[in-house]
Design a protein around this ligand. Structure first.
Ligand SMILES: CCCCCCCCCCC/C=C/C(=O)SCCNC(=O)CCNC(=O)[C@H](O)C(C)(C)COP(=O)(O)OP(=O)(O)OC[C@H]1O[C@@H](n2cnc3c(N)ncnc32)[C@H](O)[C@@H]1OP(=O)(O)O
Ligand SMILES: Cc1cc2nc3c(=O)[nH]c(=O)nc-3n(C[C@H](O)[C@H](O)[C@H](O)COP(=O)(O)OP(=O)(O)OC[C@H]3O[C@@H](n4cnc5c(N)ncnc54)[C@H](O)[C@@H]3O)c2cc1C
Length: 650
C-alpha cells in the first residue's frame, strides 16, 4: 500500500513502510488536490533527475552568496527552457509582480504588461517597504508627483528613510518593478498607489539615471534572494504607468477614487491567502525529514538487553513530531478556503474583501508562527544532526520564520483580524443581526450551544464538541476585549489609545478565533475523503490536532469553568491515543506529502533513509576539506604551538 518502497532503501525505513495500513497514493492525491498533480510532480522530478545541468555543482550550503546567486540565476535561465515556472531569483516576479498586474492593471495595461511578464521579457518585484516604514503604509515617503504638462509622474525618495528596503530580487535581478508611492496631483496627496517603474536598462542591465539600487546584505536566511534597496531621484514615468484598474488619474490630473479604499492592497491580500499553503508545505517538509530520520535513528534501550530502539518509539518524540504533521494538514485545508475566497474577489466580487482581509490576516499570523515553531521542534528532535545544515532544517526554519514578518508583521495582522471581531461584538451588544452571512464569524452572534463542554472519556470523540469549545473561548475573549475597550472609552480614553491598551487581549481573541476557523476547516475538509482506510488516518490526525490545541489553550478553557480538570485529562488521553494509532503509519503518512529529495534538500530526510554514508559524503564536500593542513595553519595555531614547545624547552 506504500508506493515509496524501493530496493536499496535503508531496511529500517522499509520495515516502517511495510506496516502501512492505507494507500499512500490516495492520501498524496488528496494533499495535492488530485492524482493528476501527483503524476505531474513525478514527471517534473524525473525530468530534473535526467537533466544534470539543472543540478547544483556542489551542496549549496557550502557556497558563498555570490556563487549561490550565480548558481540560482544559471538554473532559472535554464528552467525557462525546461519548464515555465522557475525558482528564487524570480520568486517575487511570480508571487507579486504578476499578481499585481492581474489585480491592479486595467485591461489595456494588462494587455501590454502581462504577456511580457509571463514570457520573462522583464523581471520584476514589489517595492513597498521603506527603511523608515513598513507596516504603516499611510506614512510611506516615496512620492509620485504628477506633471500635467508632460503627462508624467516624477518619482522621488525625499529622505534616506524613504529608501525602498527589503523587496526580494530588487538588488540585482529585477529591471521593471512596482513602486508603491504617495500619489500627488494638483497639490493634493492621495496616499499610496502602485506604479510600474523601469529601473534598469533592458539590454545592459545597468541602473537607469536617477536610480540607485543594490543588495541589502546578508540576512537571517534566504541567502539566494537579493533583497534590495532603491533610491529614486526625479525619475520620470508616463501617466499610464500608474496601475489604473481601481483608482485612476485623468490627463489633467483629476483623481477618480476606487470602489473600495483598500483595493490597492490587493496584492498583499493575495500573498497572505496563498502563503498558507506554502507554510503547510514547509511544515510538511520538516515533518518528513524528522520522522524519516527518527525511524532510522536508534538511541537507547527501552528494556535492558533488548537492543536500542528507533527514537520514534519514544512517546515524547511522537508528541513533538506528529502534531506538526497534523498542523500541516490543517493549514492545507485552511489555505484552500482563503484561495477560494480570493478567486471570488478576483472574479469581481469586491464586497468579499473585508471578509477575505479578516480571515487571511489572522490566518497568516497564526500559521506562519506555528510553522516556524513546528520546524524548530523538528530540528531539535533530530538531535545534533538537526543543527547541521545537512539536515536542511536550519535553512527551512530561516525561510519560514521570515513569513512572520513579511506581508504584514504578525502582531499587526492579528490586530487587523481583531478589528473585525470587535465590530461584531459591538453589533451583538446592540442586538444587531449580521447583515450578510459569513461562515467564519457567524458563531460570534450565537450564545454558547452548551454551557458546559461536552468532551468526555470516549477515545473516538465527535470533533464538534471540541470546535464548540474553541468557539466558546474565542467568543469569551472577544467580548472581554470589547468590554474592556468600552470601559476605557467611558473613562474618557480616546478610542485609539483604548485600542493600544487592549492590544494583548485583542491579539489573544484573534488567535482564538483563528484556531476555531482552522479546526472547522480541517474537520469539514476530511469529509470529502471517501476511502475508508485513508479517512481513518485523517480522522486520527484531526483528533491529534484538536486535542493538542485543547491542551494549548487549557487555561482559557478552565478559566470560566467551561471545562473541568477531568476533561483536560480526557483530552490528554485522546492525544496519546491518536499518537498510538498514528505511530505504525507515521513514515507512510509523511511519504504521502510526496516531497522528493530535491525539495527536501536534506541528508537526514532522504527517501531511501541511507543517512550515515551520505552525511559523510556531504561533509567531505566542505571546502575546508580540500586541504589536509590549512594554508594558514603554520602562521597562527601551528606557530603558537611551536612557540609553546620552544618555551617549555627553555
Ligand atoms: C526558494 C526561495 C524561497 C523564498 C521564500 C521567500 C518568499 C518571500 C516572499 C516575500 C514577499 C514579501 C513581500 C512583502 O512583504 S510586501 C510588503 C508587505 N507589507 C505589508 O503587509 C504592510 C502591512 N500593512 C498593512 O497591510 C496596512 O498598512 C495595515 C493593514 C496595517 C493598516 O492599513 P491602513 O492604515 O491603511 O488601514 P487601517 O488600519 O486604518 O484600517 C482601515 C480599514 O481598512 C481595512 N483594511 C486594511 N487593510 C486592508 C486590506 N488589505 N484589505 C481590506 N481591508 C483592509 C481595515 O481592516 C480597516 O477596516 P475597518 O475600518 O472596517 O475596521
Ligand atoms: C525576508 C523578507 C522579505 C521581504 N520582502 C519584501 C518585498 O518583497 N517587498 C516589500 O515591499 N517588503 C518586503 N519585506 C518587508 C516586510 O513587508 C516588512 O518588514 C513588514 O511588513 C514589517 O514592517 P516593518 O519592517 O516596518 O516592521 P515594523 O512595523 O517596524 O515592526 C516593528 C515592531 O513594531 C510592531 N508594530 C508596528 N506597528 C504596530 C501597530 N500599529 N500596533 C502594534 N504593534 C506595531 C510590530 O508588531 C513589530 O513588533 C520583506 C521583509 C522580509 C523580512
Amino acid at each position: 500500500m506504500n508506493s515509496y518502497i524501493k530496493p536499496g532503501d535503508n531496511p529500517l525505513l522499509t520495515e516502517e513502510r511495510k506496516k502501512c495500513q492505507f494507500s499512500t497514493d490516495i492520501l498524496a492525491a488528496f494533499y495535492h488536490e488530485n492524482a493528476q498533480k501527483i503524476k505531474r510532480r513525478h514527471e517534473i522530478y524525473q525530468y530534473y533527475l535526467e537533466n544534470k545541468e539543472l543540478h547544483d555543482p556542489e551542496p549549496t550550503e557550502f557556497m558563498d552568496r555570490y556563487h549561490r546567486l550565480e548558481n540560482a540565476e544559471r538554473k532559472v535561465s535554464l528552467l525557462k527552457k525546461h519548464v515555465k515556472k522557475a525558482g528564487s531569483p524570480l520568486g517575487l516576479h511570480y508571487t507579486m509582480m504578476i499578481p499585481t498586474i492581474l489585480n491592479n492593471a486595467d485591461d489595456e495595461q494588462k494587455a501590454e504588461w502581462l504577456p511580457k511578464a509571463q514570457n520573462l521579457e522583464f523581471i520584476g518585484t514589489y517595492a513597498q517597504t521603506e527603511l523608515g516604514h513598513g507596516t504603516n503604509l499611510r506614512f510611506l515617503e516615496t512620492t509620485a508627483t504628477y506633471d500635467p504638462k508632460t503627462q508624467e509622474f516624477i518619482l522621488n525618495s525625499p529622505t534616506t528613510s524613504a529608501a525602498k528596503w527589503w523587496p526580494g530580487n530588487l538588488g540585482k535581478s529585477s529591471n521593471r518593478i512596482i513602486v508603491v508611492a504617495r500619489l500627488i496631483s494638483n497639490g493634493k496627496d492621495y496616499g499610496p498607489h502602485s506604479f510600474f517603474v523601469p529601473i534598469r536598462d533592458p539590454i545592459t542591465h545597468k541602473s537607469l539615471p536617477g536610480v540607485t539600487v543594490g543588495d541589502i546584505g546578508p540576512k537571517f536566511g534566504i541567502p539566494t534572494v537579493d533583497n534590495g534597496f532603491l533610491l529614486l531621484n526625479n525619475v520620470r514615468i508616463p501617466r499610464r504607468n500608474m496601475f489604473m484598474k481601481n483608482a485612476k488619474l485623468n490627463p489633467d490630473g483629476t483623481y477618480i477614487s476606487p470602489k473600495h479604499a483598500k483595493l490597492a492592497y490587493g496584492t498583499m491580500v493575495y500573498v497572505r491567502a496563498v502563503m498558507i499553503r506554502t507554510m503547510s508545505h514547509m511544515l510538511g517538509l520538516a515533518s518528513t525529514i524528522s520522522i524519516r530520520y527518527s525511524a532510522i535513528r536508534k538511541q537507547g534501550e527501552i528494556e535492558a538487553g533488548k537492543g536500542e530502539v528507533k527514537v520514534l518509539e519514544y512517546q515524547t518524540q511522537q508528541y513533538r513530531l506528529l502534531p506538526q504533521v497534523a498542523r500541516a494538514w490543517a493549514f492545507e485545508f485552511a489555505g484552500r478556503y482563503t484561495r477560494k475566497l480570493y478567486a471570488q474577489f478576483l472574479g469581481g466580487d469586491v464586497d468579499v474583501l473585508p471578509a477575505l482581509h479578516g480571515v487571511s490576516s489572522g490566518l497568516k499570523a497564526v500559521v506562519t508562527h506555528q510553522t516556524a515553531q513546528g520546524i524548530e521542534q523538528c530540528r531539535m528532535a533530530c538531535g545534533g544532526h538537526g543543527y547541521s545544515e545537512a539536515s536542511g532544517l536550519p535553512q527551512l526554519f530561516a525561510t519560514a520564520v521570515a513569513g512572520c514578518t513579511y506581508e504584514g508583521e504578525n502582531m499587526v495582522m492579528l490586530l487587523q483580524s481583531a478589528r473585525q471581531l470587535v465590530k461584531i461584538a459591538s453589533d451583538v451588544r446592540k442586538n444587531q443581526k449580521p447583515t450578510k452571512q459569513n461562515p467564519v464569524t457567524d458563531y460570534l452572534y450565537k450564545t454558547s450551544a452548551a454551557t458546559k463542554c461536552k468532551i468526555d472519556q470516549t477515545t473516538d470523540p465527535d470533533p464538534s464538541s471540541v470546535i464548540e469549545a474553541f468557539e466558546h473561548v474565542a467568543r469569551r475573549l472577544t467580548f472581554a476585549a470589547f468590554d474592556k475597550l468600552e470601559q476605557l472609552k467611558q473613562r474618557g480614553i480616546s478610542a485609539e489609545n483604548a485600542w493600544v491598551q487592549c492590544g494583548v487581549d485583542l491579539r489573544r481573541a484573534a488567535t482564538a478565533h483563528t484556531r476555531t476557523f482552522i479546526a472547522r476547516q480541517f474537520s469539514n475538509g476530511i469529509l470529502e475523503m471517501r476511502d475508508l482506510p485513508v479517512q481513518a488516518v485523517l480522522k486520527d490526525l484531526l483528533q491529534l490536532y484538536l486535542f493538542y490545541e485543547v491542551l494549548e489553550c487549557d487555561g482559557d478553557l478552565l478559566y470560566d469553568g467551561y471545562v473541568i480538570g477531568q476533561q483536560i485529562e480526557y483530552s490528554k488521553n485522546n492525544v496519546y491515543e491518536a499518537l498510538r494509532r498514528l505511530r505504525p503509519n507515521a513514515v507512510s503518512i509523511v511519504d504521502s506529502f510526496d516531497f522528493n529529495d530535491r525539495e527536501l534538500n536534506s541528508v537526514l530526510g532522504r527517501r531511501d533513509g541511507n543517512v550515515y554514508e551520505n552525511m559523510l559524503e556531504w561533509a567531505k564536500s566542505s571546502p575546508l576539506n580540500k586541504h589536509d593542513v590549512m594554508p594558514f595553519h603554520h602562521k597562527y595555531l601551528g606557530k603558537m604551538m611551536e612557540d609553546a614547545r620552544q618555551q617549555s624547552k627553555l
